[in-house]
Design a protein. Sequence first.
Length: 309
Amino acid sequence: MNEEITPPPASTGTDGPPKRCGLIAIVGRPNVGKSTLLNALVGQKVSITSAKAQTTRHRITGVRTVDEAQFVFVDTPGFQTKHNAALNRNLNRTVHGVLSDVDLVLFVVEAGRFGLDDAKVLSLLPEDRPVVLIANKLDAVTRRADLAPWLKSMQERRNFNEFVPLSAKKPADVQRLFKILKPYLPEQTWFYEEDALTDRSEKFLASEIIREKLFRLTGDELPYTSTVVIDKWEDEGNLRRISASIVVERDAHKGMVIGQGGELLKRIGSESRQELEHLMDGRVFLELWVKVRSGWADTEEHLRSYGYE
């Protein structure tokens, strides 16, 4: 998905300080906490999280307006460095497309850690964009004194504009980050309304929530080449009737998702429905099916039909 990010018509207004607005990419290797950080910045869940790598597959835009500044965050898939399937090439195209459009890049790493995969991502960041180093998962660092030599080594890798150690789970850290990022936003009118949270539809968020439950409940047994497709969506007043298919590559994977006596599929459906009702503030009737589509993750035609462009 290498399309330009085209904002909707800007808001207007002349009272108070000049308005600021800008696009901010959140990048890093898989599993450094990019989606958790995005959700914390937006103040609501707009991107799914899982211990399984490669959870985020689409460009997710989250919006947060603080005083006169509107932050438009773009969560990206973690750069794929180990596999060469069509799905992984698609994910990397998405990241490159995002980086060419943004005003600022947040390069997320785990505090005190920097590996080969982190280095590969860093090497791909544009030289003509300001980059802020986010040392996430600070709460997991037992000896803070060890961070000083680590930070020195990081500064030798690139002249980062800012260094921000934080835990995405701490609201005070998130509020501090807003103040640090604000001066990097261009002075211009807002792209979205003041109360906007994301540019994604309810239908898209529903498929992502189901996929999150799928990955969380199946653990490492199920390959990450599984996806969710919304087959039917009907609004009946305060009730939404949703029919969705979980797409896997093999019959054995289908058995993993269904579970003994269908119990696992029921749990995936139940937990998804509860979260969807909370997100949409209404009742949800959710019907789930499991379908086998061999080789879908390595077929461009299948990727397009499942929403990967």
